[in-house]
Design a protein around this ligand. Sequence first.
Ligand code: PBG
Length: 315
Amino acid sequence: MRRLRATASLRDLVRETRLTPSQFILPLFACPGEGVRREIGAMPGNYQMSVDEMVKECAEIRSLGIGGVILFGIPETKDETASGAYAEDGIVQRAVRAIKRDVPGLLVLTDVCNCEYTSHGHCGKIVNGDVDNDATLEWLAASAVSHARAGADIVAPSDMMDGRVAAIRRTLDASGFPGVPILAYAAKFASVFYGPFREAAESAPQFGDRRSYQMDPANGREAMREIELDLEEGADMIMVKPAMPYLDLIRQARDRFPVPVAAYQVSGEFSMIVAAARNGWLDRERAIMETLTSIRRAGADIILTYFAKDAARLL
Ligand code: PBG
């Protein structure tokens, strides 16, 4: 076996899995104000950015050949009804309009969820102390339509309410957006690795946790069922999230469903590598490339990653 490993050019020739920047999606956090670029403590190198700053950032992202960006929003105020999530002039809606205007050609995805916009930090409407699934669908559909109206290329629901893909598809179609695809966060687990993100998006639940709507990390068969249902409801692409602890499910999804499969290398996966590298315990660049290559090898066509810029430069 060693004959084909002898030199860099031989290894390059026989490499089975390759990365290109166009497969990466970079998550960005939009916040109110002007000239704001606030570093996120647990995610060094990532920022809450006002729309003007985000537009500059997006020009650089486009020039690196990165596949696109996915936008999250930190609204001016949060309330019980997540009104900032579906406001026509909400923070994400404004950011999408500005990016589409000033950075044409860059693919803009939007995360469709309520947790950044509710005062309690949960992903849906609270009725009798718990998230009410069906009452939440209306908010999600309204958010998706408001994103589409602002110019979003793809909407990506991450809330894990049952039936949300169907509700969003129906409402997009009825509102004149039959051409906007849905990337469903189909198999999204109740993961400890979202911790740093909740600081970034200021979206930690104020009581309880998300285990009544996000998946139990122990369940692989159920993940396939979630994906199947989202595809039946009209999802164009599906996602497994987080990525590295769930590589088996990325592989199963790739083998079972003939649609584009995305994987999200989430905030905790990012922060672990950055923290270890800062301590001198891991080589940052090699850790980035090895983890991204492994996610690709497992079967992901698209990778959402906070390392998109680093990886694009390394490639
Ligand atoms: C919103 C959402 C979350 C993430 C993406 N969309 C947080 C959560 O579910 O608590 C996590 C992303 C990351 O950790 O990088 N529901």
